[in-house]
Design a protein around this ligand. Structure first.
Ligand SMILES: Nc1ncnc2c1ncn2[C@@H]1O[C@H](COP(=O)(O)OP(=O)(O)OP(=O)(O)O)[C@@H](O)[C@H]1O
Length: 223
């Protein structure tokens, strides 16, 4: 079964067609890079895959479940447990210390607080910012919040990880380290990883590259 399957997904912002029928499938553990010029629809594709945007047409399935067909509560639970998202600017909760931000998906899922914190500390360690566990996002650099966002995305052991420019605010060494954490989640834990990137080196680490142009897949390359 595919971890993620998009079939003929279309999405328009008012009259502006951002996606015009995009289909793609990711198997568990597969890593796919989405590339293309600014404005071609990469972020919109990721947001549709994440259930943040509901497509105007077409379907999005995660582990065989059609997001649009689920009642709101089950869709929210599926998004919380099976999808890990790293958006461009981290999108952490401003007033919460990092450890709570990272633990949030477990706490919302009803996990016990102590256990959720131990797991969050583990993930902060893996992304190299355990020393900042008690800091709030405003006290941190873009790169540090991006690392925390990756830790938060991976803490539930999701089937699908969606990342928008995950290394965008990091220098090349820190970017490579964070990329390695994401790749390990795919290669060793079997999460399917879909990442939007402008960076050729990041794209080269994927199994496949999907290049978008004007809301359509222009071509697909096995790497
Ligand atoms: N909130 C919005 N309202 C209206 N139009 C939007 C909105 N967000 C994106 N668009 C338009 O939809 C199209 C696709 O945008 P999208 O952000 O998905 O592209 P992108 O490839 O991710 O771009 P970038 O690489 O610059 O992040 C563009 O024409 C963009 O201007």
């Amino acid at each position: 079964m595919n971890a993620l399957a998009l079939e003929r997904v279309e999405y328009s912002y008012r009259r502006n067609a951002a996606l015009r029928g995009v289909s793609l499938q990711l198997k568990p553990g597969e890593v796919v890079a989405v590339t293309g010029a600014s404005g071609c629809g990469k972020s919109t594709l990721l947001h549709c895959a994440a259930g943040i945007l509901a497509p105007d047409a077409g379907t999005v399935q995660v582990d065989g479940q059609d997001l649009a067909a689920l009642p709101e509560e089950r869709r929210a639970a599926l998004r919380r447990t099976k999808i890990g998202i790293v958006l461009q600017f981290g999108q952490l909760v401003p007033d919460l210390p990092l450890v709570d931000n990272v633990a949030l998906p477990l706490l919302l899922g009803g996990h016990e607080r102590g256990e959720a914190h131990v797991s969050a500390m583990n993930w902060l360690e893996q992304v190299g910012i355990a020393d900042d566990a008690t800091a709030v996002p405003a006290e941190l650099s873009g790169g540090q919040t991006q690392r925390a966002a990756v830790a938060r995305a991976l803490i539930t052991g999701p089937s699908v990880v969606l990342a928008d420019e995950p290394t965008g605010s990091l220098d090349s060494r820190a970017g490579q380290e964070l990329l390695d954490v994401l790749l390990e989640a795919a290669r060793q834990r079997g999460s399917a990883l879909l990442m939007v990137t402008h960076d050729n080196l990041v794209a080269a680490s994927a199994d496949r590259e999907i290049r978008l142009r004007d809301g359509l897949i222009q071509h697909e390359v096995a790497l």
